[in-house]
Design a protein around this ligand. Structure first.
Ligand SMILES: NC(=O)c1ccc[n+]([C@@H]2O[C@H](COP(=O)([O-])OP(=O)(O)OC[C@H]3O[C@@H](n4cnc5c(N)ncnc54)[C@H](O)[C@@H]3O)[C@@H](O)[C@H]2O)c1
Length: 250
């Protein structure tokens, strides 16, 4: 049990990578807060794994503050934050992936608000509570699109690049106080986010473009998050860990 006695908040916990992380963290002994703006989805996962659901829009600072306070009130402390909630691979106009020349300013604000500000606010409110405990681990979910030039999703890519920069600066700033901050850069992962905009044939083509000749599964990101959450990574700080079947090594 790698997270026995630990209290963990997972944003975007109702689906995909976040849901897989909630399930794995709970199986490893953690008390898990499943936080998502899909409250019904969060409640479903909580009922199945025995955690606590919390409805939150991570782009809203007051709601993020309430999420962290909820976790501490409910379970007494905070050890781990998996800043995972994100949008971008969506067919809806508000979050459609597009080149900057086709991105309305309000879509830019909405995507940056969730994918970058949401993670920053998570850190802002988690760090003081982790300090009360002598430390903790923050895992931010970025993307390989932040480390390679992939046209056509510019607001998303910029937000994820910001996540990497934020990860590094916070890792340096808080290391002496016992808080480690790392990020994961997933490749193409088979989740509802990707399923919403790709056909089976397109996902097969995306898989073929990786050295391992397949897309990744949500559980493979969850296992990387578990490593970064647990004492197994006790000397790992400030890294961006690609979990992409070797795509970023091409
Ligand atoms: N799937 C991929 O190929 C891929 C690749 C690289 C990075 N990522 C990143 O991984 C993370 C998880 O994505 P996923 O693939 O599991 O997608 P997903 O759509 O299955 O899950 C995302 C979850 O985040 C929640 N969410 C979205 N906006 C929110 C908000 N404002 N407040 C609270 N919850 C919100 C959604 O309701 C959903 O439950 C995202 O940050 C995404 O950008 C995904």
């Amino acid at each position: 049990m790698k997270l026995s006695g630990k209290v963990v908040v997972v944003t975007g916990g109702a689906s995909g990578q976040g849901e897989a992380a909630c399930r794995l963290f709970a199986a490893e002994g953690a008390s898990v807060v499943i936080a998502d703006w899909n409250g019904a989805g969060a409640a479903r996962v909580a009922a199945e794994i025995g955690g606590a659901a919390f409805t939150v829009d991570v782009s809203q600072e007051d709601q993020v503050a309430a999420m962290i306070a909820f976790a501490c009130d409910r379970f007494g402390k905070l050890d781990v934050l998996f800043n995972n909630a994100g949008v971008g691979y969506s067919s809806t106009a508000r979050f459609k992936m597009a080149s900057i020349v086709d991105t309305p300013g309000d879509a830019w604000d909405a995507i940056l608000g969730i994918n970058l500000k949401g993670q920053a606010m998570g850190c802002k409110y988690a760090i003081p509570r982790m300090l009360e405990n002598g430390g903790g681990s923050i895992i931010n979910n970025a993307s390989i699109m932040a480390i390679a030039g992939v046209p056509g999703a510019d607001a998303y890519t910029a937000a994820k690049g910001g996540v990497i920069a934020l990860t590094r600066t916070l890792a340096v700033e808080w290391a002496e106080k016992g808080i480690r901050v790392n990020c994961i850069c997933p490749g193409t992962i088979e989740t509802p986010m990707v399923g919403a905009i790709t056909s089976d044939a397109e996902r097969a083509r995306l898989g073929e473009s990786t050295p391992m000749k397949r897309v990744g599964q949500a559980e493979e990101i969850a296992r990387a998050a578990l490593f970064l959450a647990s004492a197994d990574s006790s000397y790992v700080n400030g890294v961006m860990l690609p979990v992409d079947g070797g795509w970023s090594a091409l």
